[in-house]
Design a binder for this molecule. Structure first.
Ligand SMILES: Cc1cc2nc3c(=O)[nH]c(=O)nc-3n(C[C@H](O)[C@H](O)[C@H](O)COP(=O)(O)OP(=O)(O)OC[C@H]3O[C@@H](n4cnc5c(N)ncnc54)[C@H](O)[C@@H]3O)c2cc1C
Length: 463
């Protein structure tokens, strides 16, 4: 079997993995990024907004690699806008087509060796240290060795293969739904926003007092109108969408979330489709999801065209290159982030990344749990939530972090995933300069925090 040696190997090229790989490489580590698909960026390519990067008070909470990526998009003339959803959060909207170009520029520009269409299927380990990752691609099986590893696989594959303890939903629970994001172009925003201004009863608004600020629903839809961008959440229990669901014109869903992706194309991203299946990691379930979700995309686009002002001349302009998976396995780490940590906006001296998104757990049908972080604030994700129990040279980044289900329901969004990625990549780069016997736990968290600050990551000073 061929082999190749690196300082750091990152498994998974989603939002967490690209940030980890860039941070590791920029910190001097010979870095490889292994991704089963053919593209880098994961959900960043769909047009969904980056959540968890601005708290409810409008303060940036991530910085670092995320900011560099957004700057690259801006430099290429791409649409990038910080917006208020006037419901629970503030977020960054961007053009996913420019993002598709910016991500490879960022990753290759940092000097990362990228393995695409390459599946990791085994780890080589002894005594809690991983020394190699066995991958398979069209070239056959190959051993990639490294001093330190980042598990940014979303499903915690690397940790699971190494025998780490994993968590998933309880026996009486179902994982969050899978969804297919899609986009529609030639949307008349002015008509949409005029309709929204007159129909607060159909729109989800002011679910957090930090966002509502004492305004009535009508005053909030006026603010949405004034913001001038198509940032609209039609609610499943409001008359517009609720009646359509009752008539069978729409499938049951909690919200139709509409967010801008391009002024030039007059384009929006639509997040509405959903299917709940027992285990999104099973191939049969993925096939079922593809069949059902693509049908829902078509149905939702038809509903918008027929029933929602501004969509009359719009058409589908893009669909996610993959099925969106919100929840599978989480790794058990030294610390399990709790719902209270999130909701009470707890700050910690061992925080290495931040989150600020509400606890956001989509359910079957029209169900969705949405609980805001206290006072529109942000919370710290401690290093312990990124260190898998029993493994010495692995860091977790992204949606498989060590967190309760509730806390994952917040920290899973892309802003926090990229912040975790930056912390994980930086830590593994620090470790790779040391002897083979060093545990990541021997590196003082204060040193990592200082290194992250120097890289522009935001750890301090937010509410
Ligand atoms: C429908 C939907 C809507 C969402 N809406 C928003 C939103 O509006 N805003 C927001 O910020 N967040 C949103 N989220 C959440 C967010 O997009 C994800 O939680 C986040 O992108 C996860 O990033 P990740 O890097 O941890 O994992 P992933 O994006 O899942 O990336 C993991 C990568 O690892 C690769 N991989 C896995 N196993 C292996 C293996 N064995 N070998 C090789 N490669 C492997 C996968 O191919 C994948 O590319 C949404 C999620 C979904 C699904």
């Amino acid at each position: 079997m061929d082999s190749q040696d690196y300082d750091v190997i990152v498994l998974g090229g989603g939002s967490a993995g690209i940030a980890a790989a860039v941070a590791a490489a920029r910190n001097g580590a010979r870095t490889a990024l292994v991704e089963a698909g053919q593209m880098l960026g994961g959900e960043l390519l769909t047009g969904m907004t980056v959540d968890g990067a601005i708290n409810g008070r409008g303060q940036d909470t991530v910085g670092g690699v995320l900011n560099d990526l957004l700057d690259l998009c801006r430099d290429m003339g791409g649409f990038v806008a910080k917006l208020n959803d006037w419901r629970l959060i503030q977020y960054v909207a961007y053009d996913p087509e420019i993002m598709k170009i910016a991500i490879p520029q960022l990753v290759f520009g940092a000097g990362v060796k990228v393995y695409l269409q390459t599946f990791a299927e085994e780890v080589v380990q002894a005594g809690g240290r991983i020394s190699g990752l066995v991958v398979r691609n069209k070239g056959g099986r190959r051993l990639l060795t490294a001093r330190a590893f980042v598990d940014a696989s979303g499903d915690g594959d690397l940790c699971a293969m190494a025998g780490a303890q994993m968590m998933s939903v309880g026996p009486d629970e179902k994982p969050q739904p899978m969804s297919m994001m899609f986009r529609m172009a030639n949307v008349d925003s002015a008509a949409l926003l005029s309709y929204v201004r007159e129909h607060p009863e159909s729109v989800a608004v002011g679910e957090s007092e930090a966002i509502r600020g004492g305004r009535t629903d009508r005053e909030i839809t006026e603010e949405i109108y004034r913001q001038g961008q198509p940032c609209v959440f039609f609610k499943g229990d409001g008359p517009l969408l609720g009646d359509a669901i009752a008539r069978g014109d729409m499938f049951p869903t909690a919200l139709i979330m509409i967010q801008p992706t391009s002024d030039v194309r007059r384009e929006v991203c639509v997040n509405a489709t959903r299917i709940v299946l027992d285990d999104p990691m099973q191939a049969d379930n993925m096939a079922t999801a593809l069949r059902v979700l693509t049908g829902q995309v078509f149905q939702c686009a038809a509903f918008l065209r027929k029933a929602v002002p501004g969509f009359g001349d719009a058409s589908i302009s893009g669909m996610s290159p993959r099925i969106g998976i919100r929840e599978t396995r989480r790794v058990v780490g030294d610390y399990v982030l709790t719902g209270e940590d999130v909701l009470e906006a707890r700050k910690r001296e061992d925080g290495v990344a931040k989150g600020c998104h509400h606890v956001d757990i989509h359910q079957d049908g029209t169900g969705q749990i949405r609980i805001p972080v206290a006072d529109g604030g942000s919370y710290d994700i401690p290093l312990g939530s990124l260190l898998p129990k029993g493994l010495e040279n692995v860091v977790i980044a992204g949606r498989c972090l060590s967190a309760s289900r509730e806390a994952q329901g917040s920290a899973r969004v892309m802003g926090s995933c990229m912040a975790m990625g930056q912390a994980a990549g930086s830590l593994t780069a620090m470790a790779s300069g040391q002897t083979n016997h060093l545990s990541l736990r021997d590196i003082p968290v204060g040193r990592l925090r200082q290194a992250l600050r120097v890289q522009g990551a935001i750890l301090d000073g937010t509410y």
